[in-house]
Write a protein that binds this ligand. Structure first.
Ligand SMILES: Nc1nc2c(c(=O)[nH]1)N[C@H]1C(S)=C(S)[C@@H](COP(=O)(O)OP(=O)(O)OC[C@H]3O[C@@H](n4cnc5c(N)ncnc54)[C@H](O)[C@@H]3O)O[C@H]1N2
Ligand code: MOO
Length: 405
């Protein structure tokens, strides 16, 4: 089955976790907003000065003006006496009657310390009007937004201290394989370190999900059943790695079928062919192949949109870009997800492929910053274009050389 079709079927089966909670603003970081937020105040609440200087009436300009009051930020000014000006500081409220502020560098003083202002004055200059950022009653954020630091700042600016958010999506991770040991232990012959668990847990954390359980199970049907049953009791989504292929040691698929059902298995993608998707009780189940790059690509291609929908996010769409490849590659019947280094060079994106695209080479994900999509039955040569997305938008320390695949 093509990836796009599989993804639409996965999303059609994915519910929204509707439970909400009310959290103090700082704790809401990374949560998805459950209600629209309306401003109960203007931002700024009153007209205020954009400069350190003098507030006056345009009509009074022309003659030297005595200073009748001093207004610092945080003080409430009195009305401005006609024929005078007010000493004012950045952020301080404009006294009633004043209609402009002259910055202090632009004024002179008479021998009596009256203020002489320049001629080229405009009503409203250097005044930040009340509500210029947000008007009372405005809908400032809509439900479905995943809150980041910008939203926290905006919510704080309208005085919101507590927000209603969807609870975090609960995810269980299952690593399967007799060969796996945890970092920190010494490898015995035949063993490898379990990297997928760490990759997935870090990814889920970054996505705002809560990892509620982790199990590492050997290649044993009974133990896989037990682990899946326990995971389904706690999690909205179970993600397993390994054991979804066709060998006798691959027990995940039959175990899911025994406890629930599988809706999808085997997709036309590389890496990641034996991806499986289904349900156990009320938990969704996503089985990713064990190869570390299959897990990485599966996290990018499937976990991201499924988690977005579960968590109540209104859009899980990623930003897809188009770039020019400087290598040759051919995809057969499977859609390929190439690890590429995307560089912005001379007003276009140039994509260079990592030389070893094997699904066991996790280094490719670190040395590159993007996944380029090579559709089935496609050949690309230098100069051709491919769609890609950045999974790391930091500039790379050194551009990678080009490699044909
Ligand atoms: N006869 C066939 N064999 C295979 C096929 C096939 O169609 N016919 N498909 C191949 C493809 S493609 C993939 S992908 C793999 C997927 O296999 P599994 O999902 O069953 O994964 P495993 O065999 O358990 O593991 C694959 C590989 O990844 C390593 N691994 C597993 N878990 C971890 C982990 N947590 N951390 C690090 N590395 C892990 C594991 O040792 C294997 O090397 O099947 C092919 N075979
Ligand atoms: O589908 Mo597998 O991940 O190519 O090696």
């Amino acid at each position: 089955m093509p990836v796009e079709q599989a993804l639409s079927r996965m999303l059609a089966m994915t519910p929204v976790v509707h439970a909400t909670e009310s959290l103090p603003l700082l704790e809401a970081m990374g949560h998805v907003l459950a209600r629209d937020i309306y401003a109960s105040v203007n931002v700024p609440p009153a007209d205020n000065s954009a400069m350190d200087g003098y507030a006056l009436r345009l009509a009074d300009a022309g003659a030297p003006l005595p200073v009748s009051q001093r207004v610092a930020a945080g003080q409430a000014p009195g009305p401005l006496k006609p024929g005078t000006c007010a000493r004012i500081f950045t952020g301080a409220e404009i006294p009633a009657g004043a209609d402009l502020v002259v910055m202090q560098e632009a004024v002179r003083f008479t021998a009596f310390e009256d203020v002489v202002v320049p001629d080229d004055l405009v009503s409203g200059q250097n005044i930040r009007p009340a509500g210029q950022d947000i008007r009372q009653g405005d809908c400032v954020l809509q439900a479905g937004i995943r809150l980041d630091y910008r939203h926290l700042g905006l919510l704080a600016s309208i005085g919101v201290a507590q927000v209603e958010v969807f609870r975090r999506v609960r995810v269980a991770i299952l690593s399967t394989g007799d060969e796996l040991v945890m970092p920190g232990q010494t490898l015995q012959p035949g063993q490898i370190y379990n990297s997928n668990r760490y990759l997935l847990q870090g990814f889920l954390q970054q996505m705002g999900a809560e990892v509620v359980s982790f199990a590492q199970v050997p290649d044993c049907y009974e133990m896989t059943l037990t682990a899946l049953r326990q995971a389904a009791e706690q999690a909205d989504l179970i993600i397993s790695t390994g054991g979804v292929s066709v060998g006798e040691e691959d027990h995940v698929k039959p175990a899911v079928e025994a406890l629930g059902h599988l809706s999808l298995w085997k997709l036309a993608m590389k890496p990641g062919k034996p991806v499986a998707f289904g349900q156990i009780g009320s938990s969704l189940f996503l089985g990713l192949p064990g190869n570390p790059v299959s897990t990485f690509v599966g996290a990018q291609v499937f976990v991201t949109p499924v988690l977005a929908k579960l968590s109540g996010q209104s859009s899980g769409d990623r930003l897809c870009l188009s770039g020019t490849v400087d290598f040759s590659a051919t995809a057969r019947i499977r859609q390929e997800y190439l690890r590429v280094q995307a560089e912005w060079v001379e007003n276009h994106w140039r994509l260079s492929a990592f030389p070893n695209q094997n699904s066991g080479v996790l280094t490719s994900a670190i040395r590159c910053n993007a996944l380029a999509v090579l559709p089935p039955d496609t050949h690309v040569a230098p100069g051709d274009r491919l769609t890609f997305w950045l999974y790391d938008d930091r500039p790379s320390p050194s551009p990678s050389p080009s490699h044909d695949l």
